[in-house]
Design a protein around this ligand. Sequence first.
Ligand code: NAI
Ligand code: MG
Length: 504
Amino acid sequence: MASLVTESSLTKVSASARDFLKKPKQLLIDGCWVSAASGKTFNVFDPATSDTIAQVAEGDAEDINLAVASSRRAFSGPWSQMTPSERGKIIWKLGDLVLENLDELAELESLDNGKPLAVAKIADVPLTADLFHYMAGWATKLEGNTIPISVPYAPGAKFFAYTRRDPIGVVGQIIPWNFPLLMAAWKIGPALTTGNTIILKPAEQTPLSALRLGELALEAGLPPGVLNVVTGYGETAGSALASHDDVDKIAFTGSTEVGKIIVRAAAGNLKKVTLELGGKSPTVVFKDVADIDTAVQGAANAIFFNHGQCCAAGSRLLVEKDIFDEVTQGVAEIANKIKLGAGVDGATEMGPLVSEEQRDRVSGFIKDGLEAGATALAGGNSLDEKGYFVPPTVFTNTRPEMKIVREEIFGPVVVAEPFDDLEGVMKVANSTDFGLASSIWTRDISKAHRAAEIMRAGTVWINCHNVFDAAMPFGGYKQSGWGREMGHEALELYTETKAVCVAL
Ligand code: NAI
Ligand code: MG
């Protein structure tokens, strides 16, 4: 087989992206770019070729201490004196700057993560800008309530009671590598609009776009220390942030395993915790779906978008018995036609996985599935490539106890299973430790809404999948997390409610 990548990805990106990569990649602390206190750096790889494309400062506990001290000062500095309107304007400007730099940000994201450049251009970067624009508007709309109170033990006394929505304080945010820029925005947007200050720790696999975002945040006028960006490893920098006694809240997106570590680390000072964790989301296709081809394409997109490295990926395909063969064959045909290649290559439809570790992890799941007796209708093989490629894979003949059915694979691998009726399929759909997302495909409106009610998941898409919007809350039931991101729900998790009671 000819190699999927024939030349360095760097030759395919613009001069501005190459210039950014060449500059030393430092930490953003207190409004300045600085080396790690230890002087250490780590390499960032192009997942399409495994070539080193940048060297980034390796922050650890000492740098986290400096960043937290800076965010603490900033919390009571000029940032706290700004009017909500001034705060909103800076966040809006940040959204504008993201759009002005769309091409460069998309190139950095594609190079760093491996995703197709076209996807970064139409999805990751515009959604990032939209999130900032949406959140900017909330700065001026964080209202409390006035509350009529009775106080039965003080007859005749009069009181005026109201609530305020105050920022929580210094917030640590730890993000993953699947949508590096967008995950930064999901976290930073609501924290800023509510007046908090931030220490952001990007994933070690994909630190580049967060660093560029740090530059844009300064350009937008964020005062020093309001957003600190500390690149480094999870076990060192991430862990120091999660356990820091002067951090008031930690927000995390990543594996359920690390989510549990974060909860334990947060116990020391009982900092607030929000978590957006793994999933094993069902795509449920009924035989009365309006158009089978649309459902087949929808089911394929549900799992193959972003190479399956999507917390909401439709990784369990549940299909009503009569159309099971047609739907699974259709998804397998699509899988077989997907063109793999480097993200920055214009012809690429699916890039490599993010890292060697993820390629090995996902390949391990595929091997395990085959050994357990599942049938690979598409994929199932490994590719002899320098980059971290895994072929899109469709499994049938699975059993509920198989690892590929129970655990999050986080790659382009779907397990398909037939069902008989609504009641049966909803039991299967909900028979998981996760509860992040789901989709229902049917033209029977009542059935769709019944299924939506029964589904134990934070998102139910009907006749669509992977539709995200800054205004729509996203998060998990069960072990998929705590709290919601986006929408006005996110604001609640970045504010403390203060009740004020005045004797009249
Ligand atoms: P991970 O959970 O280890 O990494 C996510 C973030 O947490 C990174 O920024 C990492 O540096 C940080 N981190 C790691 N260990 C930490 C610790 N002890 N304390 C504080 N921060 C820490 O995820 P990983 O290892 O990259 O991927 C493993 C699996 O996790 C994937 O195969 C997938 O199943 C799941 N995952 C889920 C994501 C989601 O969006 N729900 C995103 C990324 C991974
Ligand atoms: Mg990990």
